[in-house]
Design a protein around this ligand. Structure first.
Ligand code: CAA
Length: 470
């Protein structure tokens, strides 16, 4: 049924004890009904191809960043083909046609057009595959660095929950994360899309109406009218952590204190897995404050240092950092990290950063690993932490739905990763990078066999053109 009365999970609200500032239920039964994702068709091995060519030890990328390989787009792929491939799969596996869809939101920070949104291109691609059009569908493009994917999901949720919708909402987070050659971020590149179907009574994740935000004007990472980002890498890591902390505090002001045992999974925005390892340790430290866990581990690693006990800030920072390192070695932390965080990172280690799609791929990764480990997540809470440079973090809670296993089984994670073609030498990677450079003309042919949608030229008004290969 479209529109109509929303099914409010009042029992869940009462159990969670959430405060609702405006008297609105924090749990409307609206969320993510299903997901499909699409990596770029190419794969670059950081250990064997990239590391030797840039004269760095492979361990810098594997242990240092947590990455082993990255997904890259072939010469005939871009944010539109990746997004359209993911969206077509999502529609086909749910037997949807354009008349079932009321809204298409695309989130990207790799847009190639300052006016025409990528959603119009993607809708145009999809219309090649259906007899119907998206004529009455509201389309747009969301921008706020990597957090835009989550903002687009929230916009769609609100549209569904407001009862004004004319169909289901399709949210597509799609990016090609290229850095300038030689930039420290080069190893963290990646390309792919995650398409999400937003609906009431979702079969996968119900999403809470409580959002914690941390937001400040920052210049840690930006693209002022340029393809490649200007990045202050070290600073961007600190800004990520600061915004996450503010968002969590804001969330707790509404929900009450977090406790690590409340969450089965915690997908974070993952520019590279090691970033999330840093964030996870700080998140765990924050959420065990004053709990049974902190009391238990104090016997082994001592009491948490208190700022009031130090004359100088530096001395306090050193002490709390050392305590955090000890905390990371405890069984309590390791066991929590292995259950709640590690499962969300394994996909990222094989595909790199997908910017707007990254946190949504982390959710896919967590659910998929949980399914393979035989965990039963139905009714369990998931804590989702998004971040966008410039800068803003958002955190919220989701509840895994009864039918999650059937949905996750169809993610086809292994098939998608294994279908990629290996870039076997650095020169080919270098040429591919140049072929995607918007300021350079090259006529490099695709490396891999084309599938799905391909970018096949430019029209008379400078528009990109696409066709479906199959
Ligand atoms: N063996 C094991 N570990 C090694 C090693 C080796 N041989 N060599 C280095 N390492 C470790 C380092 O100790 C370091 O670990 P710690 O951070 O725990 O100390 C890690 O590998 C990385 O080494 P460097 O700090 O020397 O790496 P770098 O300076 O060359 O690049 C980076 C790191 C600055 C994060 C870079 O990848 C970058 O600029 N990335 C893009 C920006 C980014 O992703 N920022 C993240 C937050 S912003 C965000 O999230 C938005 C977004 O999506 C971009």
């Amino acid at each position: 049924m479209i529109g109509g009365t929303l099914n409010l999970s009042i029992a869940t609200v009462a159990e969670q004890g959430f405060k609702t500032p405006y008297g609105v239920s924090p749990y409307m039964n609206v969320g993510i009904d299903d997901i499909a994702f699409q990596p770029g068709r190419l794969k670059l091995d950081l250990k064997t191809v990239f590391a030797p060519a840039v004269d760095q030890p492979p361990k810098k990328f594997t242990s240092g960043l947590g990455l082993s390989e990255i997904a890259l787009p072939d010469t005939d792929e871009d944010i539109v083909t990746l997004g359209a491939d993911a969206a077509l799969e999502l529609m086909n596996k749910n037997d949807l046609t354009p008349s079932d869809i009321g809204r298409i939101d695309v989130a990207t920070e790799s847009s190639f057009d300052r006016s025409k949104p990528a959603s119009t291109y993607i809708a145009g691609c999809l219309e090649q595959r259906f007899d119907e059009s998206f004529r009455n569908v509201d389309k747009g493009e969301r921008k706020f660095a990597c957090i835009a994917g989550t903002q687009a999901v929230n916009d769609a949720l609100n549209w569904v929950a407001a009862g004004v919708r004319t169909g289901k909402a399709l949210v597509i987070a799609t990016d090609e994360a290229f850095y300038e050659r030689g930039d420290p971020g080069e190893a963290t590149q990646g390309a792919g899309a995650v398409a999400m179907l937003i609906d009431e009574n979702p079969r996968l994740m119900s999403i809470s109406r409580i959002h914690g935000y941390g937001s400040r004007d920052e210049t840690d990472f930006l693209k002022p009218n340029q393809q490649y980002p200007s990045v202050d890498g070290k600073r961007s890591v600190q800004v990520y952590l600061a915004r996450m902390r503010e968002a969590i505090t804001h969330f707790e002001e509404q929900s009450g204190p977090l406790h690590p045992a409340e969450y089965a999974l915690a997908p974070f925005h993952t520019p590279f897995p090691k970033m999330v390892r840093k964030a996870a340790a700080l998140g765990f430290r924050h959420s065990i404050r004053g709990t049974d866990i902190e009391a238990t581990i104090a016997d082994r690693i001592g009491d948490r240092p208190q700022q009031a006990d130090f004359d100088a800030d530096d001395a306090y920072v050193d002490a709390i950092q050392a305590w955090t390192e000890d905390l990371r070695e405890t069984d309590e932390y390791t066991s929590w990290y292995n259950d709640v965080v590690a499962p969300t990172l394994s996909l990222s280690a094989h595909v790199g950063n997908w910017y707007t799609a990254s946190v949504h791929l982390a959710r896919v990764s967590g659910l998929w690993n949980a399914l393979n480990e035989g965990r039963d997540l139905a009714g369990e809470n998931v804590f989702v932490a998004s971040y966008g440079s410039g800068s803003q973090a958002e955190v919220h809670q989701e509840v895994v739905q009864e039918q999650w296993k059937e949905r996750v089984r169809e993610f086809d994670v292994v098939e998608k990763l294994e279908a990629r073609t290996n870039i076997t030498d650095f020169e080919t990677y270098r040429d591919l990078h140049r072929a995607h450079d918007e300021t350079t003309e090259t006529d490099m042919s695709p490396i891999s066999e084309a599938t799905g949608f391909v970018h096949d030229g430019t029209g008379s008004m400078g528009e990109r053109t696409y066709r479906f290969i199959g």
